[in-house]
Design a protein around this ligand. Sequence first.
Ligand SMILES: NC(=O)c1ccc[n+]([C@@H]2O[C@H](COP(=O)([O-])OP(=O)(O)OC[C@H]3O[C@@H](n4cnc5c(N)ncnc54)[C@H](O)[C@@H]3O)[C@@H](O)[C@H]2O)c1
Length: 348
Amino acid sequence: MKAKVNVGIIGLGFMGTTHLGVYKGLAHARVAAVADVDPRKRRGDISAVVGNIGGGDNTEPLDLSGVRVYEDALSLIADPEVDVVDICVPTAMHAEYALAALKAGKHVFCEKPLCRTAAELRALVAAAKKAEGFFNVGLCVRAWPEYRVAWEYFKSGRAGKMLTATFKRISPGVDGNSWKNWYMDDKMSGGALLDLHVHDTDEVNYFFGRPKAVRSVGSSVVSRNGGIDHVVTTYDFGDGRLVMAEGGWEQSKGATFEMSFTIVCEKATLKLDSTGFNIFLKNGKKVTPKLDVKNGPTGWHQELAYFVDCVRKGVKPTKYQTIDSIADTMKIIFAEEKSAKSRKTMKI
Ligand SMILES: NC(=O)c1ccc[n+]([C@@H]2O[C@H](COP(=O)([O-])OP(=O)(O)OC[C@H]3O[C@@H](n4cnc5c(N)ncnc54)[C@H](O)[C@@H]3O)[C@@H](O)[C@H]2O)c1
């Protein structure tokens, strides 16, 4: 068993610096290397980093002492000391670096969404399946304490059959919040549909499995190249039950980030809203389950702590995801993108 897992982070924007902070709190992880094309970030100046959630206070420079700093991501991937390559660059660049890192025999943690196109997805799934290294994607909501406890309750069968379900994720405006404003370019990010709403597509898949078809309605109001900034999708499981998810990022800056769900089942309603996560039983009783936050309060803490632990022990990570479940989520979201852009129902 390794005493410390050496991590190399590619991209020191909102997510890369968030991951850096999480690794610093883990007893068995060490950030050995970072790579970024931006010379200010390589000097530790992250004052321009905002991200898609807003409200970040990045006035303090990063402490990169003892960390090897690269301009070129491929040099970080070739660094023999790096065990885990953690990819936090814009989405359209994920495939190139993930494929290179898997080929180099590294363990790879790649931010969500896994990739921008269906062709990239096919190449990544094939590479991950034959790779020696472990591969996980930052579908952090699977590990988010409130969603996790709801998923465990639902999967235990205690809630009974799902009758209807709705998921929602609305962030403050992201225009101007990213490196070269890449979030606003559909070719780089896939708009809010791919970037933000993917978390709820993934939850639909994680809770209920692959739907038979999707129907998405979207509007493009702030993105370039037709990126969908607000989407509503209904997921058809072939039995008339209504499953719906909505996501958008065109609010004013400073507006609150909202993530919520209501899963109505035969024996209970599972609900996350601004009051927290609660289970409302059929008999009128409300149960507020204890959340597992021993690794930290967010899904980012849980997923990275777990991945590092798996690498350290040499145990393949399966707790939150498999390459097949990630691929299913990507197939569903690409079908949603086609549906929103063609205004047609898409079979999965
Ligand atoms: N899991 C989540 O909750 C979550 C939240 C936000 C973002 N993300 C994902 O994280 C990824 C990064 O998003 P972000 O918000 O950090 O973006 P960002 O714009 O804040 O940061 C991107 C960083 O990549 C750097 N970069 C660009 N090209 C590079 C290259 N070729 N080599 C090395 N560095 C390069 C930029 O200089 C910048 O520092 C995206 O895939 C995004 O979807 C995930």
